[in-house]
Ligand binder design. Structure first.
Ligand code: PEP
Ligand code: MG
Length: 600
């Protein structure tokens, strides 16, 4: 697509979190913070103050529960994210530190809570970690909600909006997102938040074009200003000229039609022109997503990341709760596969109460299967939960972060024990449940032939495999530009893994982001025989479209050529040119691939 000449002042770059284009009037939501005064209490007033604080916490909890209930009706995935807020309200440090300090300093609850928040935010500022930065916004929003309850302010609401607008704000709280009249919100632009923030997930679930992470956005825009939000390329244009507006209206219409076309043939099989079929499955994080998968043509669940089930609960889920959760998804899938990955806690997915030590290098620490083997009781109850659900569908087990055959043997021993226990308890399960290993460490990639002897299938976790192969922390923004899926070492490793699985006659899937990146589809198909690609459900239509328009032989030729290229730049350029030439409608509009090549 032709690029426009836009002046820097009127053209702000951010992160594209929900695709589509919105053109309209800005509505500036001013989240200026409440002003808080310090008051010193008399000794006899302290306990009353603590009671007042506890009441405000209880009220905020009820509000959050209500928000969550409403959220479930709108976007299931979003509701899971909201559990974080409830967890923060139960958090010992936030609540107990404030109570301790009210007593110690004899200061009013508002002031003391705000001080606790400041201490936290300062701590977060010194940590260079995307995941924790996301939590910082959550914490800030939550404290504002408690403060409003303490000060008797009602929750801010957007329900007064009566006409179509583009919402512009520093940050958007869960209550904002739920109170806003969605039919009038045509686009969203925020200063905070990233792809996995609740704003991003919410906007994507509702199909509202959204751009986040735009510094100083709110100081440049007033309510009523004409703006454009381009959620495809991550831009906001302020006071567009007529020429700009025409350009983006065309882009908007083209994108709408494009999406419509993608969904038309969604229930056809993912089969190449020369008759080679693979299966496109969904990655899910909660059982509530199971119901919506058919919309995107998913042929089952290729990766159920179970750790969110633990992270969103106030106490560890027991065997029965796990069983019921898994059984629900298994039954929703009917005879389609459901691959349940055992707990992959660690690195950016921490769980207090399970991990007893903080680690200097959590990505290389006690994560995935290592943690499960170190805490066999936890693992055992999960295995029993999965086994019990296996009676109700086509359930498979997947072990994460495998780096040796020994870990599989040990995990399988526990699995056998779980089976023996269930037999004694006369609880039915599938005795022949299939076992898979994630191939996501270089050790597993190199010794994949050995691993294949102990499992029924393997699934490549490209997110971690790339991280460990290239020694690039996948959540560190300073090295994000070096996280390169098209690095020749990644492609060679994939080829070797495919060869080993194909020679062993075992099934192979890819469940990392690469599997759902349409730019990589042809390369992956050409590298070897793949059985399944598992991805975020909304990526399925585009990947399917590409598969249905290629011949396997062409994909093989492309892959053979790529295997001879020596630098990531050569590979990226070659693939981008090939894909753009073959699919001009599908790649010109999606520049996220190019973004990855830019230096920081
Ligand atoms: C992966 O590493 O590619 C993967 C699918 O697992 P996660 O992203 O949950 O680590
Ligand atoms: Mg992984």
């Amino acid at each position: 697509m032709k690029t426009l000449n836009l002046s820097d002042k009127n053209h702000m770059k951010g992160i594209a979190v929900s695709k589509g284009v919105a053109v309209g009037k800005a509505y500036l939501l001013d989240h200026s913070k409440l002003s808080i005064l310090k008051q010193t209490l008399e000794e006899h007033e302290v306990e009353n103050e603590i009671e007042r604080f506890r009441n405000a916490i209880a009220k905020t909890k009820l509000q959050m529960a209500d928000i969550k209930n409403r959220a479930e009706k709108i976007a299931d995935k979003y509701a899971v994210i909201l559990d974080t807020y409830t967890l923060l309200l139960d958090d010992d440090i936030l609540v107990n530190d404030t109570i301790k300090n009210i007593r110690a300093n004899r200061t009013n609850a508002e002031w003391t809570l705000n001080q606790t928040l400041e201490t936290f935010l300062n701590l977060f500022d010194n940590i260079n970690d995307d995941y924790l930065k996301g939590k910082k916004d959550d914490l800030d929003l939550l404290v504002q909600a408690i403060l409003r309850n303490l000060m008797g302010h009602s929750q801010e609401t957007l329900s007064d909006i009566q006409e179509p607008v583009i919402l512009v704000t520093h940050s958007l709280s869960p209550s904002d997102t739920l109170s806003m009249p969605r039919k009038f919100i045509k686009g969203l632009a925020t200063e905070t938040g990233g792809k996995t923030s609740h704003v991003g997930i919410f906007a994507a679930a509702l199909g509202i074009p959204a751009v986040t992470g735009i510094k100083e956005l709110t100081s440049q825009i007033n309510s009523g200003d004409k703006i454009i939000v381009d959620g495809i390329d991550g831009e906001v244009i302020i006071h567009p000229t007529d020429e700009n507006t025409d350009h983006f209206l065309t882009k908007q219409e083209n994108y709408r039609r494009y999406e419509e076309r993608l969904l038309v043939n969604i229930h056809q099989s993912a089969e190449t022109l020369d008759g080679h079929q693979i299966h496109l499955l969904a990655n899910i994080e909660s059982n509530q997503e199971a119901k919506t998968l058919y919309k995107y043509g998913a042929e089952g669940v290729g990766l159920y990341r179970t750790e969110f089930l633990y992270m969103s609960a106030s106490s560890l889920p027991n065997e029965k709760e796990l069983y019921e959760n898994f059984k629900y998804v298994a039954q929703e899938m009917v005879d389609k596969p459901l691959v349940i990955r055992t707990l992959d806690i660690g690195m950016d997915k921490q769980l207090s109460g399970i991990q007893t030590h903080t680690e200097d290098n959590p990505a290389l620490g006690l994560r995935g299967i290592r943690l499960s083997l170190a805490q066999p009781d936890l693992f055992f109850s999960q295995l029993k939960g999965i086994l019990r659900a296996s009676f109700y569908g086509h359930v498979k087990i997947l072990y994460p972060m495998i780096s040796s055959v020994t870990e599989i043997i040990q995990a399988n021993e526990l699995l056998q024990k779980a089976k023996d226990t269930l037999k004694k308890e006369q609880i039915p399960f599938n005795e022949h449940i299939q076992i898979g290993a994630m191939i996501e460490t270089p050790a597993a990639a190199i010794c994949v032939d050995h691993i294949l002897e102990h499992v029924d299938f393997i699934s490549i976790g490209s997110n971690d495999l790339i991280q460990y192969l290239l020694a690039i922390d996948r959540v560190n923004e300073n090295v994000a530009h070096l996280y390169q899926p098209f690095h020749p070492s990644v492609i060679r490793s994939l080829k070797q893994i495919f060869n080993a699985a194909n020679n062993a006659g075992k099934k192979i899937s890819i469940c990392g982001e690469l599997g759902g990146d349409p730019m990589a589809t042809m390369l992956l198909m050409g590298l070897g025989k793949i059985d399944n690609l598992s991805m975020e459900p909304h990526s399925i239509p585009k990947v399917k479209k590409i598969i249905r328009l290629i011949r396997l032989e062409e994909a093989r030729q492309l892959a053979d050529h790529v295997l001879n290229l020596k630098s990531v730049e050569e590979v990226s350029r070659f693939i981008a040119n090939e894909m753009r030439a073959r699919f001009p409608d599908d790649f010109d509009r999606d520049l996220s691939f190019q973004e990855k090549l830019k230096p920081a």
